[in-house]
Design a protein around this ligand. Structure first.
Ligand SMILES: *Cc1c(COP(=O)(O)O)cnc(C)c1O
Length: 463
């Protein structure tokens, strides 16, 4: 299977090449040139299968033969073996017609582990085959960084550098990045917000001399392989609730648009998803864009759901590409306008195409806190603030026959202060990280300066 850039001007690549490249050289994102479309029988045949088998069947067509079946099955098995729940992504019922898809049973307690645990192994497999090493860089609003460090720690053919906004992530998130002792992982505390971290990572990829010198590779949510790994749980959840015979809806707490875009891919493959609901916190560029047609960045206001404190949602470019009839030149023009003027209006035809798939809503801070408290009172469950944004927005959707599945994107213990403030209960860390607060930390502070960051990476990389 061929991968093309959303901006239409980069070379077509195969699956593993697109995965190693991360960002395309024209600044665009890689997308499959065609999607496999499944019939009802293919979907029905998934019922009752283990998560790993569904993962194999859903992802296999996207590999285009670049990884052998036996190898791929082994990589999938290893990726999810460390999850604390045998179903990997269990569904629990929250209320009539409303379910939570628990995506936080992986090693770093957020949904990012689903993709990162697999991508770490896919990279290792490919680098081993090529007999070389790579430098992985990423920006994180908290959860991607810990998941990436967990996935790559101790590997001999990759070093990992994660930029996080100093002081803007929770202590649990920070400690998950700063306490691994392996020499190939580096947590860099940047003086700036998440958008600055993301911008510096993009700058590194656009500095081709640096990119080639250190064999740069990216594992941010723009990486196609990450989107692909997230497509799988849309299938397991929908099938568990009766697909293909019954349609479902999903509400997805959204920041960079990666997780919900995976749902859009599942829908285009034929999974009966009636609606994908984008749930944002007060940093609501996506809700504003989808409801008014104006995509315009404002300044980030820190919230109690920090993994969604984002104003430029990189993966939205993929949805625009779909909605604009896969017109790379049109996408490139809008992205130039965004860079020059801080925004653009979504063309009318694309607005219609987006509205056919996505709905959206926003939860203010007090509504999020109230939702955490109410769900605890009604069900005894503790939910993380991101999940609470999703639940709040899901409940505001018009009632429908199709069950609603809200993605529970992180474990409450990752955001203990917000959960305790809302419920009076301090959520406990699971046993495997109970001593997280006793482990020594290792952090490198960096200024928001491309040259300084590149110099540091050149000195420390093993590639
Ligand atoms: C990353 C993250 C999100 C947002 O996911 P996107 O793919 O960036 O939209 C939501 N909740 C949690 C807990 C996260 O870690």
């Amino acid at each position: 299977m061929d991968y093309v850039s959303t901006r239409g001007k980069a070379p077509h690549l195969g699956f593993t090449q697109a995965m190693m490249a991360g960002l395309a050289r024209d600044g665009g994102l890689y997308v499959p040139a065609e999607l496999p479309v499944w019939g009802a029988d293919d979907i029905a045949a998934l019922a009752g299968l283990p998560y790993e088998e569904v993962a194999f069947r859903v992802m296999r067509p996207f590999l285009g033969g670049t990884i052998g079946d036996d190898d791929f099955r082994a990589l999938i098995a290893a990726a999810y073996a460390g999850f604390a729940h045998p179903a990997r992504a269990p569904l629990v019922q929250l209320g009539p017609g409303h379910f939570l898809l628990e995506l936080f049973h992986g090693p770093t307690l957020a949904f990012k582990d689903f993709a990162m645990q697999l991508i770490g192994r896919l990279f290792d497999h490919e680098l081993g085959r090529q007999g070389r090493a790579a430098t992985i860089v990423g920006a994180t609003s908290g959860d991607t960084g810990s998941a990436a460090i967990e996935a790559f720690r101790g590997r001999t053919n990759a070093s990992v550098f994660i930029l996080y906004p100093e002081g803007r992530i929770t202590e649990v998130q920070r400690r998950q990045m700063t306490t691994p002792v392996e020499a190939n992982v580096h947590a860099l505390a940047l003086r700036g917000d998440f958008d600055a971290c993301q911008a510096r990572v993009k700058d590194m990829f656009n500095d081709f001399a640096f990119r080639d010198a250190v064999a740069l590779a990216g594992v941010n949510s723009i990486n196609w392989a990450r989107v692909l790994a997230q497509v799988v749980y849309y299938f397991t959840a929908a099938v568990a609730l009766g697909a293909p015979g019954r349609a479902v809806r999903f509400t997805v707490p959204t920041g960079n648009f990666g997780d919900i875009y995976a749902g859009a891919v599942a829908r285009r493959m034929g999974l009966p998803i009636e609606r994908l609901v984008v749930a944002t916190n007060q940093n609501d560029i996506l809700h504003r864009a989808l409801s008014s047609g104006d995509y315009r960045a404002e300044t980030v206001r820190p919230s109690i759901s920090p993994s969604m404190d984002i104003q430029v949602a990189s993966n939205f470019e993929r949805a625009l590409w779909d909605a604009l009839g896969r017109d790379g030149a049109a996408v490139a023009a809008l992205m130039d306008e965004l860079k020059e003027t801080g925004g653009f209006s979504i063309p009318e035809n694309a607005r219609g195409a987006l509205a056919a798939v996505f709905a959206s809503g926003r939860a203010a801070e007090d509504a999020t806190r109230a939702t955490i408290a109410r769900i605890h009172g009604e069900t005894g469950m503790l939910i993380c603030p991101h999940t609470a944004v999703g639940v709040n927005v899901a409940e505001a959707q018009p009632p429908g026959a199709a069950p609603m599945i809200t993605l529970a994107t992180a474990h409450p213990a990752k955001f203990p202060d917000a959960v305790e403030a809302a419920t009076g209960i301090h959520p406990a860390l699971p046993p495997h990280m109970a001593d997280l607060f006793d482990r020594p930390e290792r952090v490198t502070p960096v200024p928001d300066d491309l040259v300084a960051i590149e110099t540091l990476i050149r000195e420390r990389t093993i590639a």
